[in-house]
Design a protein around this ligand. Structure first.
Ligand SMILES: C[S@@+](CC[C@H](N)C(=O)[O-])C[C@H]1O[C@@H](n2cnc3c(N)ncnc32)[C@H](O)[C@@H]1O
Length: 230
């Protein structure tokens, strides 16, 4: 099974080279977990993660006609939050999660949303294709979160928004230990609890315009960046 625990000496003080989690995973492991989770995902991760989803959509401020990419669309739980006058593309790697999303979008008649199966680490879109590229609760699920950001940046148009909503390892020393201790367990329900935010930002070369704690308790961070205009 493609799941590894790292040795302690892989954690180095240099933000640009340190391991971002105690856990290393591969795509087949993640897809297997989400294929199994699909039928209960909304029940387990629906209400608890919803306050963050609502704040994120409010802060993003999608404009009429915007092309929005949701990376890791899952069961399409965000679908009805997007305004009808924008164009949303949702991608996900898990066919079972996408099946749920298709059913939801069909049921609700959300014709402004299209779904595609794809790896977030290797997006099949041309450069500069979207005005908003949004990854809700995704970057701690994937093997290589830095590569996901590279792809998000590539497909975002210059001046567009790159938005990440996620749980990261706590800055509090005790909670940080807890996050690390729990990560080998939480990975079996779809996420690493100890993704290091400063290291992640440094390695992804993301310079956020804002980082906001969301939800109660404030266990999730909303990171908003803008793709540089060259
Ligand atoms: C925690 S769920 C988030 C779903 C939704 N965005 C939400 O707000 O609840 C993470 C999703 O990312 C998907 N995922 C994990 N690794 C992926 C990858 N490499 N490429 C695309 N999607 C991936 C999973 O299948 C799952 O549906």
């Amino acid at each position: 099974m493609a799941l590894f625990e790292r040795e302690n000496d892989e954690f180095r003080p240099d933000l640009r080279s340190q391991a971002l989690s105690v856990i290393a995973i591969e795509n087949d492991f993640v897809v297997n977990v989400y294929d199994k989770l699909a039928s209960v995902y909304d029940l387990i991760f629906g209400p608890i993660l919803h306050p963050g989803r609502l704040v994120a959509l409010e802060r993003i401020g999608i404009n009429p006609g915007d092309r929005v990419l949701e990376v890791g669309v899952g069961t399409g739980i965000n679908a009805s939050l997007y305004p009808q006058n924008c164009h949303v593309t949702g991608i996900d790697f898990s066919s079972s999660m996408l099946e749920k999303a298709r059913a939801r979008i069909g049921r609700k008649g959300l014709s402004h949303i299209r779904l595609m199966q794809m790896d977030a680490q290797s997006l099949k879109f041309a450069d500069d294709s979207f005005d908003v590229v949004y990854a809700p609760y995704l970057v701690n699920c994937v093997p290589d979160p830095v590569q996901v950001v590279r792809e998000m940046r590539r497909v975002c148009r210059p001046g567009g928004k790159i938005v990440i909503l996620n749980h990261f390892r706590s800055a509090n020393a005790i909670l940080s230990r807890l996050d690390r201790a729990l990560s080998p367990l939480t990975v079996h329900i779809g996420f690493k609890s100890d993704l290091d935010l400063p290291g992640f930002l440094a390695q992804a070369e993301l310079r956020p315009v804002s980082i906001e704690k969301v939800s109660i308790p404030p266990l999730w961070s909303l990171v908003i960046s803008s793709k540089d205009i060259h």
